[in-house]
Design a binder for this molecule. Structure first.
Ligand SMILES: Nc1ncnc2c1ncn2[C@@H]1O[C@H](COP(=O)(O)OP(=O)(O)O)[C@@H](O)[C@H]1O
Ligand SMILES: [Mg+2]
Length: 221
């Protein structure tokens, strides 16, 4: 089943020097796909994830999420779609700073599960990400690596159809980096699609489809 599709998407930034990181990109992502996106720093990888997540306007082209043309949605509809369908693992954390880690995960489940909470899933993710002892902590009192793992837990807690991961293994030691990649792999086996930006060839090799951005174009590796 198709999860998202880009059709002839271009993006130009006109702040100061004009930069055109994405030129006429088309991409189709289906349920069960694990994509990696590679390329040097500043090439447009994060821009691509922001666009797919509906967080950045397109200059040209179309974005479809589950066959819905995102440009036809109201801001409110887009926010709902993001909340229900997409898990974000980005540098700027998706955690609410006033809530503990446990409360963040419960809150995320309540807003998307009609008020219901699945404590088993929370416990499982916290355990696997080595955060069980930290569940009562506020995000600011977690270390960089713990916060990154907490962001992963938050992104996966509702089993989103589409997971966007921007360098998800940064700040993590080998053990937890491997755990995060395993969680992403399991999500694809359960029917989600994952798009992961990474510099790390070893983790990129775990993807089923590898792309590189080169001069605004998406090339298959
Ligand atoms: N909000 C912005 N305004 C202006 N230029 C931007 C903005 N965001 C990114 N850029 C520029 O677009 C290019 C691609 O950035 P980015 O997508 O963050 O690359 P990557 O994630 O591959 O390192 C870079 O040259 C960057 O400076
Ligand atoms: Mg980036």
């Amino acid at each position: 089943m198709e999860v998202c599709r880009l059709e002839n998407v271009s993006k130009t930034y006109k702040m100061g020097e004009t930069v055109c990181p994405l030129k006429n990109i088309s991409l189709k992502v289906s349920s069960g796909d694990f994509l990696s996106i590679e390329g040097p720093s500043g090439i447009g990888k994060s821009t691509l994830l922001y666009i797919i997540g509906g967080l950045l306007n397109l200059d040209e082209g179309k974005l479809y999420i589950e066959d819905k043309d995102v440009s036809l949605l109201s801001d409110r509809e887009l926010t709902t779609l993001r909340g229900e369908k997409i898990g974000f693992i980005f540098q700027d954390s998706n955690l609410l700073q006033a809530l503990t880690l446990q409360e963040n995960l419960e809150f995320a489940q309540r807003i998307s599960n009609k008020g219901k909470c699945d404590t088993r899933r929370i416990d499982e993710l916290l355990e696997r990400l080595g955060l069980s002892e930290r569940k009562g902590f506020l995000p600011h009192s977690l270390s960089g690596g713990q916060r990154r793992r907490a962001v992963v837990a938050r992104a996966l807690i509702n089993n989103p159809k589409l997971i966007l991961a921007d360098e998800p293994t940064n700040d993590l030691d080998e053990k937890y980096a491997a755990e995060v990649i395993s969680l992403l792999e399991e999500a694809t086996k359960a029917g989600s699609a994952v798009i992961m930006v990474t510099h790390n060839t070893k983790w990129a090799e775990r993807a089923n489809i590898r792309y590189r951005i080169n001069d605004g174009i998406l090339e298959i590796i």
